[in-house]
Ligand binder design. Structure first.
Ligand code: ADP
Ligand code: MG
Length: 301
């Protein structure tokens, strides 16, 4: 097979590991920087050009679209879908997962456990919104943040109001959320491929830090999931329409609650913590699933 990886940086651990796994399993790999792709849309035959040549003959694409390039990156994925190339995660699913509010609405429709979450445009009723989510302490999150940046814990009502007003002053979209104190600064990263959790780790935030992101100094260890956590992760990925997903779960007093579903989950943390060949499993999944034109949306979304 000829498999393309859409990634801005071929030196990143995840990109390297995927490329290695593709070659190891006897396939051909091409790493494509999505920002250097250009497309003709006005013709009958959709095409993508890259560094002066046309991209043809691909059996599958693995999108690794960073949050900062979601808009153009998903357009490139959509173009591959229009060209009938199998994309392991489709453009619509990637866009959904990038919008925290949209993802939470989709998950809640299907009864997935979530932290109580509030959202508002105007700051006129901030006090009421705070009481709607159960008062303080609460978490304020920028809608399009990643790696823990833009996630703030407000211990008091005054602090919560100031943070909300400051974000609004910067014209940022945000949500407010019940603080799951009992999680103790830890969360579960469940790596889903297709209908299975293939690896899982617990991330524990550094001392005095409620955010468990590895980028914020969190430490990862192997963890055994409960059947409920497993099925929550698999169902969440499915609801988002993602074949590959990193589902982040908090252990709350009222069962597992999903914080977010990532469409380009990193491989370094999870492979190191679990010793599993996650990259290889992604390629195996592609070998079984990739067929020309096998996309749910085929660029429609
Ligand atoms: P990001 O997309 O920036 O990673 P998250 O929503 O995943 O944002 O939040 C970052 C971290 O903050 C989580 O991994 C978790 O440890 C902590 N966290 C987020 N929301 C809550 C919450 N409602 N209760 C407790 N901890 C939380
Ligand atoms: Mg996160």
């Amino acid at each position: 097979m000829k498999i393309g990886i859409l990634s801005r940086n071929s030196k990143l651990y995840s990109t390297r590991r995927l490329a290695e796994a593709i070659v190891e399993r006897g396939h051909e790999v091409k790493i494509i920087d999505p920002l250097l792709c250009y497309m003709t849309i006005a013709s009958q035959r959709p095409t993508i050009h890259y560094r002066g040549e046309e991209l043809t003959g691909f059996d599958a694409i693995i999108p690794r679209i960073g949050a900062s390039i979601t808009f153009f990156g998903t357009a490139v994925v959509r173009q591959f879908e229009m060209m009938n190339v199998y994309c392991i995660n489709e453009s619509v699913a990637i866009s959904r997962s990038r919008d925290k509010l949209r993802s939470m609405q989709l998950l809640s429709r299907k009864g997935i456990g979530l932290p109580v979450t509030g959202f508002a445009h105007s700051t006129k009723y901030t006090k009421d919104l705070i009481s709607q989510v159960g008062g303080t302490p609460l978490v304020v999150k920028l809608l399009e943040g990643t790696q823990g940046i833009g996630v703030v814990l407000a211990e008091t009502k005054k602090a919560a109001e100031s943070v909300i007003e400051a974000f609004r002053g910067l014209k940022a979209q945000m949500l407010v959320q019940e603080f799951i104190k009992e999680a103790g600064g830890a969360d579960l990263r469940c790596f889903v491929i297709g209908e299975k959790v293939v690896a899982a780790m617990m991330r524990q935030g550094a001392d005095g830090e409620f955010r468990s992101n590895l980028h914020r100094g969190g430490k990862a260890t192997l963890v055994r999931l409960t059947p409920e956590e497993r099925s929550t992760a698999v169902r969440s990925a499915k609801i988002m329409g993602l074949n590959v997903a990193g589902v982040d779960i908090l252990r709350s007093n009222h069962g597992p609650v999903v914080m977010e579903v990532n469409s380009s989950p990193g491989l370094e943390g999870i492979e190191t913590a679990t010793g599993k060949d996650v990259a290889g499993q992604i390629i195996q999944f592609i070998e079984k699933q990739a067929k020309p034109g096998k996309t749910r949306t085929r660029g429609k979304g």
